[in-house]
Design a protein around this ligand. Structure first.
Ligand SMILES: *Cc1c(COP(=O)(O)O)cnc(C)c1O
Length: 366
């Protein structure tokens, strides 16, 4: 069965035939083959992909990626703690929303969506607010496509003795990192981004010695990260509540396909090539990127909407969809943009075809 269109979005994204076929079988959540065989395998593989250092463990959590971010913040931050949130986009702002909902002690370091967080300013913030115990930031800010200086901020957090929480939702699996070397204590991502599974659960890779201290701290039953981990750890991969069995199987297949591709380094190289081709080609067609090239991630790119009279996103979107490509609306607050993602089952030849489609769709401008 052919897909009707290629998703050029930050997820859910176009998946392989193999990943989709893995969902054709029904599984019992109590079955050993499922829990011991698949869930525990996934948890081990995720830790191996995240770091070569010991001391980390993985927890899978039902829901979209935001549920896992919320599970971390609302479980890890106790009333004695204070969280510094770095916000330069919609996903940083979402962490601040989560902090408000749960009434977490927190402070905000906010810069514009097109600016890099400034390391010296963050350091000053840490020096002036000694009550801060945790720092949270987004790695690839999917709002703009900016790759934030996560490693530098995590090093700073480590230097000042703070716990580091990284929303690496749209980068984990597509950008090489070793969270042990980087001093990241909690990394959050989800099934339907760079690992190229389907949506349905998120996951957290946590420093076990820290997570173990979080018993009884959660502000929500279903998002109790500690309890979810404790159950998976002590009952051989068992989820506390109904697990998304089909999604989990698809994810296991996606992990196998990541290995077959050559691991994260090879996937990163493909994404990078996709993104370079896209930027180069779009520039040749007269489009401008929102960010300077040096701030781009290999994940998704924001382009200014054309200034020609008669352009509207809806018509542009529709024309491209008819030719088999789905692009993404902009999310930046103060600039008129659209976004094109290049992750998932997307190859350089697909980007070439997209560029031809855009070139031949120019009549939407009249
Ligand atoms: C996709 C994404 C999320 C989670 O979004 P959901 O819609 O809840 O899956 C969080 N942070 C970032 C940076 C993302 O790209």
């Amino acid at each position: 069965m052919m897909n009707q269109y290629l998703l050029l979005t930050p997820g859910p994204l176009s998946t392989s035939q193999g990943v989709r076929e893995a969902m054709l079988k029904d599984w019992c959540t109590w079955d050993e083959e499922y829990n011991l065989g698949i869930v525990q395998h996934i948890r081990r593989r995720l830790v191996e992909l995240a770091t070569s250092q010991p001391g980390y463990t993985a927890v899978l959590m039902q829901g979209s990626g935001t549920a896992s971010v919320e599970a971390v913040l609302s479980t890890v931050i106790s009333p004695q703690h204070k969280l510094l949130i770095i916000d330069n986009g919609a996903y940083g702002a979402r962490m601040a929303d989560i902090a408000r909902y749960h009434k977490l002690n927190h402070s905000l370091y906010k810069v514009s969506e097109t600016s890099l967080p400034n390391i010296e300013e963050i350091e000053r913030h840490l020096q002036q607010n000694s009550g801060i115990t945790h720092v949270a930031m987004v790695h690839c800010e999917t709002t703009t496509g900016m790759l934030n200086p996560a490693r530098e901020v995590a090093a700073l957090a480590h230097q000042y003795g703070k716990v580091m929480i990284l929303d690496a939702m749209s980068s984990f699996g597509g950008v090489p990192m070793d969270i042990g070397d980087w001093h990241v204590d909690y990394l959050i991502s989800s099934a339907n981004k760079c690992i190229q599974g389907v949506p349905g659960f998120g996951f957290v890779i946590a420093r076990q010695s820290l997570l173990q201290k979080c018993a009884g701290q959660a502000r929500s039953l279903s998002l109790d990260l500690y309890d979810q981990w404790h159950c998976m750890e002590n009952q051989q991969g068992k989820w506390r509540f109904t697990s998304p069995t089909h999604v989990v199987r698809a994810f296991a297949q996606a992990l196998t396909e990541l290995d077959q591709e050559g691991g994260i380094a090879a996937r990163h190289a493909r994404y990078q090539q996709n993104q370079w081709l896209l930027c180069q080609g779009m520039q040749e067609l007269g489009f401008r990127t929102l960010l300077p090239f040096a701030l781009h991630s290999p994940i998704i790119t924001s382009f200014y909407s054309p200034e020609q009279a008669g352009y509207n996103f809806k018509a542009f979107y529709q024309r491209l969809k008819e030719q088999g490509f789905v692009i993404y609306p902009g999310k930046v607050s103060d600039a008129d943009c659209f976004r094109i993602g290049n992750i998932g089952e997307v190859y350089p030849q697909d980007i070439q075809r997209l560029l031809s489609a855009i070139a031949s769709s120019r009549y939407w401008l009249d």
